[in-house]
Design a binder for this molecule. Structure first.
Ligand code: ADP
Ligand code: ASP
Length: 465
């Protein structure tokens, strides 16, 4: 099997959906499973419907009509005859049902998570069905909610149940024997068969899970750039394309903001050594980036680059939290108490840095979560603060994280010196630093307004000098 995933931009118009069909037809593999995202912007539109209904704003009705119209126009361009008629009948029924659900949300002023997940997943149902009707594909379409079973985790993510999903996939095949499948990304079900999602941008993860379930030969993620670059090409015009990346490097790059790939995509494929290709649907001549085990991972192009840092990535809208006090040193359990409190408010800790004096712990969280974090820490450590064992819980808002990633960093002395020298020369003030023991990344926190300048400064130091 080969697995392909097409993102929202790839299926953003009827013309683009035709291109996607062509790419699938031209893949000579025996079995092909194609995972698609919703058309671009559609998931945002779906979340907005819920937001409007919840806020008792009755413009949700007109907004639902706009979603209907977008898909009706695309389908009318793309399909004809009976295929068009059956797609439009389904779309019509779906939108009517959604309007009934949104009306209930409008009255209640609230939507449960499973209600929301059911609604937002329709974007993928429609794009997959439209693609599956395109003539010449000779395929079956799969509603992955019938196959993919996931359990919620405490960190507001989901974990696939591979055993149950494999069983359901076999059952699906016995009902639908075929060699080409067009499947919905993003959506899944709980073990109780309640519709859920793999969370925002989760279609890459869907493709990786399906790749693992099928023990696929390769998973190709099609997007709108030539592959993974040494930095986001929208921010650094001289960024170079990376021909190969190890799983670990790709994980670090995506974790720290290279949104060309969803970070969780790596986990299922790594288990079976399945390579991931990142390719550009708008430039088929470009070979793309291959993500695989380091041993398979030597491209001559990359060797020529010879930089110990392979890539840089950034996350904006981050706040730093600094918990400080002499009473922390040598007191077991302080870090545990801090991070339990953070977990209890559901905040996501992106990086941690602790001074070896144990006098302070500093960590970064998404800006939108920092208020809740500050409140819970103030209340849990009230006594320690009043008694002076802790001097402060300080918040530094408006920060960004800049990460340098590369597995050769571990064996190359002087990387951090070069990095900090480049930052110093550009007069960038570094607020916090962290380096994992694996030495695959060095992470620095800078002021939000300095971030692009910092990124360009370090990128040009490693790639142009
Ligand atoms: P899709 O809609 O296909 O899922 P996304 O828009 O989520 O794709 O991701 C592709 C975008 O990721 C690119 O347009 C690019 O600007 C951005 N990006 C960020 N960092 C990188 C990087 N290091 N290499 C390539 N693209 C990157
Ligand atoms: N459509 C979903 C989103 O926009 C999933 C995806 O595109 O990966 O989040």
């Amino acid at each position: 099997w080969s697995v392909h995933k097409f993102g929202g931009t790839c299926v953003g118009t009827s013309e683009r959906i035709k291109n996607v069909a062509e790419v699938i037809v031209n893949d000579g593999s025996d079995g092909k499973l194609v995972v698609v995202s919703a058309m671009s912007k559609v998931t945002d539109m779906m979340y907005d419907l819920i937001y409007k209904a919840q806020s008792r704003d009755d413009s949700y009705i007109a907004a639902a009509d706009a979603v209907f119209e977008k898909h009706r126009l695309t389908a009318t361009d793309l399909l004809d005859g009976e295929d068009l008629a059956s797609f439009l009948a389904q779309l019509h029924d779906d939108v009517n049902n959604l309007k009934a659900m949104l009306h209930a949300i409008y009255i209640a002023g609230h939507a449960t998570e499973s209600f929301s997940d059911f609604i937002v997943g329709h974007g993928e149902l429609w794009s997959a069905q439209m693609l599956s009707y395109v003539s010449g594909l000779d395929c079956k379409w799969m509603d992955t909610r019938e196959v993919l079973i996931v359990n919620p985790t405490s960190s507001n993510q989901v974990d696939p149940d591979f055993v149950e999903s494999e069983k359901r996939l076999e059952e699906w095949f016995s009902r639908n024997p075929c060699k080409t499948i067009v499947a919905t990304g993003f959506v899944a079900s709980t073990p109780q068969n309640i519709p859920t999602t793999l969370k925002r941008d989760g279609s890459d993860f869907s493709a990786a899970i399906m790749g693992a379930l099928l023990r696929a030969r390769q998973v190709t993620i099609w997007t709108d750039v030539n592959g993974v670059y040494s930095a986001d090409p929208r921010k650094v015009s001289e960024a170079v394309i990376l021909r190969t990346l190890s799983y670990q490097e790709a994980w670090e790059m995506s974790y720290f903001g290279a949104n060309v790939l969803h970070p969780r995509t790596i986990i299922p494929v790594m288990r079976y050594d399945i390579p991931i290709m990142i390719r550009n649907i708008f430039n088929l001549a470009s070979p793309g980036t291959m993500i695989c085990q380091p041993s398979m991972n030597v491209s001559e192009d990359d060797q020529k680059l010879d930089s110990p840092v392979k890539g840089f990535a950034t996350i904006d809208n981050v706040a730093l939290v600094n918990v400080e006090g002499t009473g922390m040193a040598g007191v077991p359990g302080t870090a545990s108490a801090i991070f339990s409190a953070v977990k209890d408010v559901g905040a996501n800790v992106i990086m941690i840095s602790q001074a070896s004096s144990e006098h302070s712990v500093c960590f970064a969280v998404p800006e939108k979560e920092v208020k809740a974090v500050a409140e819970v820490l103030q209340s849990r450590f009230r006594q320690a603060l009043d008694a002076g064992r802790l001097s402060q819980v300080a918040i530094v808002p408006n920060c960004s994280i800049l990460a340098a990633v590369g597995q050769k960093m571990a064996s190359t002395p002087g990387v951090s010196a070069t990095l900090f020298n480049a930052l110093a020369k550009a007069s960038i003030n570094v607020r916090a630093i962290a380096q994992g023991c694996s030495e695959y990344n060095i992470t620095v926190v800078v002021k939000r307004e300095d971030c692009i300048r910092a990124l360009r400064a370090v990128h040009s130091r490693f790639y142009l000098s």
